[in-house]
Design a binder for this molecule. Sequence first.
Ligand code: GLU
Length: 287
Amino acid sequence: MSEVFRFAPSPNGRLHLGHALSAFTGFDMARRVGGRFLVRIEDIDTTRSRDDLIAAIFEDLRWLGITWEVPVLRQSEHFDDYRAAATRLRDMGLLYPCFATRSQIEAALQPGHVSDPDGAPLYPGLHRGLDARAVADRLQWGERYALRIDMARALAAARNMAGNAAFTFQALDAAGRQTAVVANPARWGDAVIVRKEVPASYHLACVVDDARQGITHVTRGRDLLAATDLHRLLQVLLGLPAPLYHHHRLLTDQQGRKLAKSADDTSLASLRAGGATPVDIRHLVGL
Ligand code: GLU
């Protein structure tokens, strides 16, 4: 069976050197093992995603010498599938509607509250356990809501379904060595699985699509290492296969900060315009 790798950019800015490292990492690994390489457009955030930026992603990747299979999956065309996955989790009693606004959540925080790996405060449980009547009323009024995972229940359900394997994933290092890593999804608390504005979240769409596309190797930056904990939990709950994970090093700017899409000087387009070649880009990202 052939191994399947992917690069999954969000089209809300130009690709920069960090993306080049990610794309090269997956592409090179796929080539080394004679595997397949896919590009997936993660555009569920329809207010920030732009078609011209999708075209620019393809242009930048082509220029780098990267090739991928077509057709390319665009997540904005698959909301029904994310809805279906959410319904399944909801039917298992693992998701609940949360009507709270950001300011209501902030007002409910206790001093010394804990944050999730993205730095957002752990959800203080405001609407967990809202009674069915109150939920029905609010729904009837058309109040908007996110769906959050009931982490305690989800952990128990996953443990029932898969035992300790529910909390383990296989990590590949740069040398191809495989080690079992114990995931800690609890550190995300009652995370949002379906956002208020769109019928999905990065986490949900990512695991649904990694499975749909038969991804065997997820290659992405270390900034998403903690997300893998939640992805592993969702895979177990949804009965999806577990890919191997390679989280590559991150590139930083001269101040040691992670490269951001807004940092135009490291965009592939401006480097190209300044005369850089794809070989220069490989060197710049340390390959
Ligand atoms: N779309 C995500 C990003 O651009 C990457 C997601 C992934 O590789 O799992 O940061």
